[in-house]
Design a protein around this ligand. Structure first.
Ligand code: FE
Ligand code: CA
Length: 533
């Protein structure tokens, strides 16, 4: 169907004639469709028993957003993952779940039922609250007499505990057309407690636009069904499925879960109908919610989905998971690399939006953790990327929002926030940066560290040392490490230090690419410095 002729869109367009801007009110019809979903614990019942002649758990299982009592358990019924509605009839289906202490399910500690509804693409999000802190568990689902694969997940330590260590992986930017997800083979062996995905989980582009290693289905995605099918195509990757089944994930998005370099309701392209754009955003956000192990509080409402949230690993680490896309002001200087000019320094520019920024500051003030980990999207280091005399910075990243960045780092410095560590994705290259209130002033005190994680596959095989490497390092004193290979970051935090291992995959264009640790660094607790490990 042509998205511009959808009945909802014409309804929205009629309403739009009476409005001066895109209003939340326009999306009441869309939000209403989701609000009608029958919930676990409500009096709703499955409409009829189902039986499957194809594997219904083709998307595997996942868990996410753990706390010390439980987590979200996720699956989706999709006997034909790449077909409309996943090959499911438009009926509500009862799905049972079990959580056990052992892999053989001899010691089941929780079980129950949930409803997979057509309104949410037959996804299932079960929130578990009954478990013991700091333990590993196993879980599985069943529907229509078929059992899902078994997933492994864990609770976080109790809020008052000081664990001796925790390990996590950081991953981002997994373009399906440009490379294989080989990095997850090693991540599966790393025995991490959890994974942070920092966005670009899918790419929205049309088939063949990015590469030839594998091929996206269809045109650039816009409808709910197209976003669902794109997510299903990505999640069909066996390594991605295995990694989701191996431990809980905290996910956040960047731009490509919806549209390249968007800023709130503003498209990167000129002349896009704002009503169409927000309708498309509602589709993208709903499909994202459906496919991710997110709590019900993240349920989208039309084109809005509150994804920023916090969690903790005892008193060892607090996680602040940010959304730098949904609330930001438009990129200054037409989103072209620019010096830190008046437009870049404009105090009204915001990456986080007023509400999220204040929530972040309050959360940092209230945190008693040794490590305060900001899991977010775009590079915070003020990195001058020019090869000529005149400085030039990315306006899509924190330099385009330089006043907000400086205020946040000033706040972190003045309030003596314990060990702020920024995790970043987006730019398909590895960086380790020491952050100052103004990174162009190397004599200033260092107040935070940043680990920018390269892409898992986006961009295809990269380079260990780019031609501008030495010039970049020379003109940007904040950079301690930079390369452009593919891979992910493995982190180990203890009360005394945080270690980052840059894991690289030598070849993502053929199966079995060799994986090695390219560089390792340590941040000693109490100092915002990055040392070779
Ligand atoms: Fe990307
Ligand atoms: Ca991006």
């Amino acid at each position: 169907m042509n998205p511009m002729s959808s009945p909802l869109l014409s309804e929205l367009r009629n309403a739009f004639r009476h409005e001066s801007g895109v209003s939340r009110r326009l999306f009441l019809a869309h939000a209403g469709a989701i609000a009608a979903v029958p919930w676990l614990g409500s009096s709703a019942r499955a409409e009829n028993p189902v039986s499957f002649d194809k594997e219904p758990f083709s998307m595997g299982v996942a868990s996410g957003d753990p706390d010390h009592r439980g987590m979200v358990l996720w699956t989706r019924l999709a006997p034909e993952p790449l077909a409309p509605n996943g090959g499911m009839p438009a009926v509500t289906v009862e799905v049972t779940y079990e959580v056990a202490e052992d892999e053989a399910f001899q010691k089941v500690v929780d079980r129950g039922t949930a409803l997979a509804t057509p309104q949410l693409g037959h996804s299932v999000h079960v929130e578990i609250h009954s478990l013991k802190p700091d333990r590993w568990y196993h879980y599985r689902f069943s529907a229509g007499g078929v059992r899902s694969p078994v997933g492994r997940t864990r609770t976080m330590p109790a809020p008052t505990d000081m664990p001796g260590q925790f390990r996590f992986a950081v991953t981002t930017c997994q373009n399906y057309e440009q490379g294989l997800f080989t990095g997850y083979e090693q991540m599966l062996r790393d025995e991490v407690d959890l994974v942070f995905h920092l966005g670009d989980y899918i790419y929205e582009y049309k088939s063949g636009q990015n590469g030839t290693i594998r091929t996206h289905l269809g045109q650039e995605i816009g409808t709910l069904e197209e976003y669902r099918i794109r997510h299903a195509q990505y999640r069909s990757d066996p390594l991605l499925q295995q990694m989701h089944a191996a431990c809980p994930w905290f996910v956040t998005w960047d731009d490509h879960e919806f549209d390249n370099n968007y800023a709130n309701h503003v498209s990167e392209e000129q002349g896009i109908d704002p009503v169409y754009f927000m309708w498309r955003r509602a589709n993208a956000y709903q499909a994202y919610y459906e496919m991710m192990p997110l709590r019900r509080k993240c349920m989208p409402s039309g084109p809005d989905l509150q994804l920023y949230r916090k969690a903790s690993f005892g008193r060892l680490a607090e996680f602040l998971i940010l959304d730098a896309r949904q609330y930001r002001s438009d990129q200054p200087n037409q989103d072209k690399r620019s010096p830190l000019n008046a437009e870049a320094l404009e105090p009204r520019n915001t990456l986080l939006g007023h509400k999220q920024k204040h929530w972040l500051m309050q959360s940092l003030l209230g945190s008693g953790a040794v490590w305060n980990i900001l899991a977010q999207q775009v590079m915070m280091g003020l990195v001058d990327r020019s090869t000529s005399e005149e400085a030039s910075y990315s306006m899509d990243q924190w330099p385009g929002y330089a006043a907000e960045r400086a205020a946040l780092l000033q706040f972190i410095k003045e309030r003596r926030i314990s060990n702020p560590v920024v995790l970043t994705g987006d730019i398909h290259s590895n960086w380790a940066n020491e952050l100052r209130v103004d990174d162009t002033q190397p004599e200033l005190e260092r107040v935070a560290t940043e680990f920018v994680c390269t892409s898992l596959s986006s961009g295809g095989n990269g380079t260990q040392k780019a031609s501008d490497h030495d010039a970049l390092m020379a003109k940007n004193p904040c950079i301690r490490f930079h390369n452009r290979e593919r891979g992910y970051i493995l982190c180990t935090a203890t009360p005394s230090g945080l270690r980052s291992d840059y894991q690289v995959v030598e070849d993502v264009e053929k199966p079995g690419g060799k994986i090695l640790t390219r560089a390792s660094f340590v941040v000693p607790s109490g100092q915002a410095i990055i040392q070779p490990a």
